[in-house]
Design a protein around this ligand. Structure first.
Ligand SMILES: Cc1ncc(COP(=O)(O)O)c(C=O)c1O
Length: 388
C-alpha cells in the first residue's frame, strides 16, 4: 500500500473531463467547475517572455529561482504583505500546488496532524496526506460566514498537531478571515509552537472593499511560518506555472532547497522572467479591472439564484467561487450530476471535505468569461425553477 493509494485523482478533474468530452460531442458547456481565470496575461508579461527567449535565457537556473525574481518578490512581500523577508527566504515553485507539496514534505513526519478548514480546496489537504500527515478538519459554518475560528482550531489541537493550515481568501467559500481572528490564530500557533502554512493564492481578488492581511506580518519574529503564493490567480498565469513560498526558518529553507534540487531542479526560466515583469510592471488598474469583472460575474450569479430555494449562496468577499448551501433533503451528488448533464459545470461539496457543511453544499466558479456566465446563469435559473 502506497500513500498515493489514499489520494484521490481529483473529483473536479473527473467532472471536468466529462464536461470536456460532452463539449467535444457538440454540447454547450458552461465551465463553472473550474477556477481558471479567463483573462489573458498582461501585454508587459508577454513582452518580457518574448525578450527572455530572444536573449536565450534558456539555460539551467538556480533551483530555488532566478535571483532577479526572488529580489523582486522580496520587495513585493515587504511592501505589500508586510512580511520582513530577504530574497534568500523565497523559493520559486511550479505553482502554489507545488509549493504546498514542498512545504509538507519539509515539515511533517508520518503521523503528525495538520489542522485544515473543511471545506477546503482538496489538493491543499491531500498534499499534507501525501507527506504522511493526518489531516484534522475544522468545520466552517454558514452561521458565522465560514470564518476559520481560532476557538475551533484550538479544540482540535493534540500532542500530535504540527501545523495549522489556513487559506484566506478561501477556496471554496470566498470568505476572508477577519484580522482579529487571524491574530488569534497566529497567537495560538505561537503559544503551541505550531507551524503555520498560509495559502494566500487569492490575495488580490477582493470585493466590496475587502482587504487581505498576511498572517506572517502579525508575528514577524516567529519563524515557523510559510507563506504560499500563486501567479495563477493574481496575474492569470495559470498555464505558466509559477508560485512561490517565503519563510525565515533556516532548517525549512535548507530542506526545501534539497527537495527542489532533487525533484524539479528549477522552474521554467522563461516563465520566471515573465513573472518578474508581472510584479514590477502590472499597473494597479489591471487588478481593479479584473476584480470589477469578477464582481460583475458574481452578481450575475447571485441575481440568477433569486426566487428559488434549492441553492442558498454565501456572498463571497473574495476569490471567484459561489459556495451554496443545498436545501436539506436534496441529494447533492445527484444535483451535481443533473447540472453537469445540462452542461452546467459545478463541484459538489464532497470534493472539499467530509463535514456536514461540505456535503450539503455545491461550488460554482465564476472565473470563466462574462458571456459564459450570462448564458450559463440563465440556464441555471431555468434549471432551478422546476427542480424538485
Ligand atoms: C487555495 C488554492 N491554493 C493553491 C492553488 C494552486 O494554484 P497554482 O495554479 O499556483 O498551483 C489553488 C488553485 O485553484 C487554490 O485554489
Amino acid at each position: 500500500m502506497s500513500r498515493l493509494d489514499n489520494i484521490s485523482l481529483g473529483k473536479i478533474v473527473v467532472i471536468r473531463e466529462k464536461l470536456l468530452k460532452a463539449q467535444k460531442d457538440g454540447q454547450k458547456i458552461y465551465r463553472f467547475e473550474s477556477g481558471d481565470p479567463s483573462f489573458d496575461v498582461h501585454p508587459n508579461v508577454k513582452k518580457s517572455i518574448e525578450k527572455a527567449l530572444k536573449d536565450n535565457k534558456t539555460h539551467y537556473i538556480p533551483n530555488n529561482g532566478i535571483p532577479e525574481l526572488r529580489e523582486t518578490l522580496a520587495l513585493k512581500l515587504n511592501a505589500q504583505n508586510k512580511i520582513p523577508v530577504k530574497p534568500a527566504h523565497i523559493s520559486i515553485t511550479n505553482g502554489a500546488m507545488h509549493a504546498l507539496y514542498v512545504c509538507y514534505q519539509c515539515i511533517v513526519e508520518e503521523g503528525d496532524e495538520v489542522i485544515v478548514p473543511d471545506p477546503m480546496w482538496t489538493e491543499a489537504v491531500e498534499n499534507a496526506r501525501l507527506a504522511g500527515a493526518k489531516t484534522v478538519g475544522v468545520e466552517l459554518k454558514p452561521e458565522y460566514d465560514y470564518v476559520y475560528r481560532a476557538q475551533d482550531i484550538e479544540a482540535k489541537i493534540t500532542p500530535k498537531t504540527k501545523v495549522i493550515f489556513l487559506n484566506s481568501p478561501q477556496n471554496p467559500t470566498g470568505a476572508i478571515i477577519p484580522l482579529v481572528e487571524l491574530q488569534k490564530i497566529a497567537d495560538l500557533a505561537v503559544k503551541n509552537n505550531l507551524w503555520i502554512v498560509a495559502d494566500e493564492a487569492y490575495e488580490h481578488i477582493l470585493y466590496d472593499g475587502g482587504t487581505h492581511t498576511s498572517i506572517a506580518s502579525l508575528i514577524p519574529a516567529y519563524d515557523k511560518v510559510v507563506s504560499v503564493y500563486s501567479y495563477s490567480k493574481s496575474y492569470a498565469m495559470s498555464g505558466l506555472r509559477i508560485g512561490y513560498f517565503a519563510s525565515t526558518n533556516e532548517l525549512f529553507n535548507d530542506r526545501a532547497a534539497k527537495l527542489l534540487r532533487c525533484t524539479v531542479n528549477g522552474i521554467n526560466s522563461i516563465s520566471q522572467w515573465g513573472a518578474i515583469h508581472a510584479v514590477q510592471d502590472t499597473p494597479e488598474e489591471w487588478y481593479a479591472e479584473m476584480n470589477a469583472e469578477y464582481l460583475k460575474r458574481r452578481d450575475l450569479f447571485l441575481e440568477a439564484l433569486k426566487g428559488q430555494d434549492v441553492l442558498k449562496p454565501y456572498v463571497p468577499k473574495a476569490a471567484f467561487y459561489l459556495w451554496c448551501t443545498v436545501k436539506d433533503g436534496i441529494d447533492v451528488e445527484k444535483l451535481s450530476e443533473e447540472l453537469a448533464a445540462r452542461g452546467l459545470g459545478n463541484a459538489p461539496g464532497s470534493c472539499f471535505g467530509d463535514s456536514h457543511t461540505s456535503k450539503q453544499s455545491i461550488r460554482l466558479a465564476f472565473s470563466c468569461d462574462t458571456k459564459m456566465i450570462v448564458e450559463g446563469a440563465a440556464e441555471l435559473t431555468k434549471f432551478l425553477k422546476d427542480y424538485k
